[in-house]
Design a protein around this ligand. Structure first.
Ligand code: SF4
Length: 243
């Protein structure tokens, strides 16, 4: 898919001010010819995005990384959501064991060099799978704060269009979606985990401290690196499109 057509798609979606299910429908419309995948962690809020995807096309490829350090509850939840939504193309991505053993022989890399640990266990296998697609749909929201605070609904990032249908969703919107759509909950949410990644890098937190405050607690790191900060990669600004 050439760059000018991608830019045309992004401009069209931005001009129409699409969000939520309407944006998912536009992105997954067969006539675009775009190769689209979803990136999901099967974490605390993932069911809301996967519900939108499943309402449009259950065969949409879903990319999810298994670092070998996931909570067993997350693995079980992934299987539960696949069944619940009838998803037919969930791709579980893993780093090569040889590579992991080579860079992290004692399993303590997350303590000394968490960026490197995420790079090897998450970013590299995800990037390899994502290379087959033009568009990646993510579940990021502005209310999570940090680098997500000004995230646009659609932006360019390297070779990909990144689409964030839930970017304007609030915590209340998510709760309403869980209730209205009878969505299964991640079992660890009730235990106080509001954002869920690897066991060794995830702690319980509260809304007051921030949804993502339990991720890499005590470290300056706030993102795993699957998606670069939009402010650094913003190719098509909403202002330029008159929005
Ligand atoms: S979240 Fe922690 S354990 Fe998981 S890949 Fe990143 S640094 Fe490593």
């Amino acid at each position: 898919m050439n760059a000018s057509f991608k830019k045309q798609c992004v401009t069209d979606w931005l001009k129409r001010g699409l969000d939520g299910l309407a944006l998912v429908r536009a992105v997954l419309a067969p006539d675009t010819g775009l190769k689209v995948a979803v990136s999901s962690s099967f974490g605390a809020e993932s069911a809301v995005l996967l519900d939108l995807i499943a309402q449009v096309d259950v065969a949409t490829p879903v990319l999810t990384v298994d670092t070998g350090q996931l909570f067993e509850e997350t693995v079980a939840y992934r299987e539960q959501l696949v069944d619940h939504f009838g998803l037919t193309d969930v791709r579980v991505l893993k780093a090569s064991e040889v590579l992991v053993k080579g860079v992290d022989p004692d399993g303590l890399l997350h303590q000394s060099e968490p960026d490197m640990c995420c790079q090897v266990r998450k970013v590299m296998p995800h990037a390899e799978a994502a290379a087959d697609f033009d568009v990646l749909i993510t579940g990021r929201k502005r209310f999570h704060g940090g680098g997500r605070g000004e995230l646009p609904s659609v932006h360019g990032e390297g070779p990909h269009i990144k689409v964030n249908p839930l970017v304007r969703h609030t915590e209340a919107d998510l709760e309403a979606a869980f209730v209205d759509r009878s969505l299964p909950r991640h079992p660890l949410v009730a235990a106080g985990y509001l954002s869920i990644g690897c066991t060794v890098c995830t702690h319980k937190t509260s809304i007051r401290d921030g949804v993502r405050a339990g991720r890499w607690a005590g470290k300056s790191k706030t993102e795993c690196g699957l998606h670069a900060a939009a402010t650094q990669t913003y190719e098509i600004k909403t202002q330029e499109n008159g929005l």
